[in-house]
Design a binder for this molecule. Structure first.
Ligand code: ASP
Length: 373
């Protein structure tokens, strides 16, 4: 790998000037670690950040500048993306590494594990201060949640994407990438778990979800973002409440395979055969993306009970997009030995259940895990 570029005094000054003051920070996030702004800005050093490319729209290109939503994703190499944002070199020493060149809809367990293990390797290097991952937006929330639960480092890891390709009018990738590098370089981002940065906002990988198919303000967290990044400043207003990275029971270095967990989506006239298919296919758990507060149609109860009788864990989740599913409310979970999600969306409950099943198959323990993370 290339060595990181050397620090220049001017860029160090620029970067140091971009950090918030200690007083402002203390007001915004009292329980966070104090910022490490050098008293003499010339002493500040630029952070060493590795930018891992995985594809997505941020690596996409369209036929015309007016193609904001119709284009080919995952075609521009990460080094070319980095070179197209020269402002980045003023705030950090960066180097690119292409791990994948795919649309994020093509992520699967194997690719997730490969990415996580590479990130973990890089985080162990003393000369690496933080990681930025360029990623498609479709499943950014799943990758970020997975890394948030399995990385064993308090160094910043920021996942970033864009909604428009670099060729489009109003392309958002360049600023998003610049902002992601700023966040990954900021001492304030340490110990906050895996972050997702897009559209001037910093989200926790646990909460964030994509909510619109084409708008740049698509990412939302039900309880709001952790902060903003604006004019070169990283502004945190909240801290993640749930355990992550150093505080969890999973270590990416020790994970070599994830158990199969299927998501079955509920709708009026949902076909019970989808439950049977998941069981036949060897699913160890089924996350049932149920209607409302995890309600289950009368004709779906028996197929789900039959799956449980075969040893498959049943997790009631909600397709509504937010809110916790309440145990023993819509269905007698104690009686059926079923589980409920907390507020995890079905696709995030899938990640958490797969990890949980690497530790236990005891439903009481699994329920505790679903409520904890
Ligand atoms: N399909 C693309 C992906 O997730 C969309 C995007 O990046 O915005 O890779």
């Amino acid at each position: 790998m290339k060595r990181f570029a050397r620090l220049t005094t001017i860029s160090a000054l620029l970067f140091a000037a971009s950090l918030p003051t200690g007083a402002a920070h203390a007001q915004l996030a009292p329980s966070a670690a104090a910022p490490t702004q050098a008293s003499d800005p010339s002493e500040a050093r630029k952070a060493n950040i590795v930018i891992i490319g995985t594809g997505g729209t941020i690596a996409g290109a369209g036929a015309a500048a007016t193609n904001t939503a119709a284009y080919q994703s995952a075609v521009v190499p990460v080094d070319k993306i980095i070179a197209s944002v020269p402002e980045i070199s003023k705030v950090a020493n960066v180097k690119g590494e292409q791990v994948f060149q795919i649309g994020s809809e093509s992520f699967n367990n194997e690719r997730l594990l490969k990415l996580g293990k590479r990130v973990s390797e890089l985080l162990k290097q003393p000369d690496v201060d933080g990681i930025v991952i360029t990623h498609g937006t479709d499943t950014i929330e799943e990758t970020a949640y997975f890394l948030n639960l399995t990385l064993k480092s308090d160094k910043p890891v920021v996942v970033v994407g864009s909604m428009r390709p670099g060729t489009a009018l109003g392309a958002d990738g360049a600023l998003n990438l610049y902002d992601a590098v700023l966040v990954a370089s900021s001492p304030e981002s340490k110990g906050k778990g895996t972050l997702v940065v897009l559209n001037d906002e910093i989200h926790t990988g646990r909460d964030v979800t994509k909510s619109n198919t084409f708008k740049v303000e698509t990412f939302r967290s039900p309880f709001g973002p952790l902060g903003y990044v604006v004019e070169g400043r990283t502004l945190f207003f909240r801290l993640p409440a749930r355990p992550h990275t150093m505080q969890t029971e999973w270590d990416i270095d020790k994970l070599n395979k994830l158990p199969e967990v299927a998501v079955v989506y509920a709708y009026g006239n949902v076909n019970p055969a989808s439950v049977d298919a998941a069981v036949k296919d060897g699913a160890k758990a089924i996350v049932y993306a149920a209607t409302g507060n995890g309600s289950v149609g009368d004709y779906m109860v028996e197929p789900l009970k039959a799956a449980r009788a075969k040893g498959v864990q049943i997790v009631r989740a909600s397709r509504t997009g937010s809110g916790a599913v309440i145990r023993n409310a819509e269905q007698p979970d104690d009686k059926y030995d079923w589980l409920v999600t907390d507020d995890q969306l079905p696709q995030k409950a899938r990640i958490l259940m797969a990890l949980a099943l690497t530790k236990t198959n005891d439903s009481k323990e699994l329920q505790k895990i679903l409520w904890k993370y």
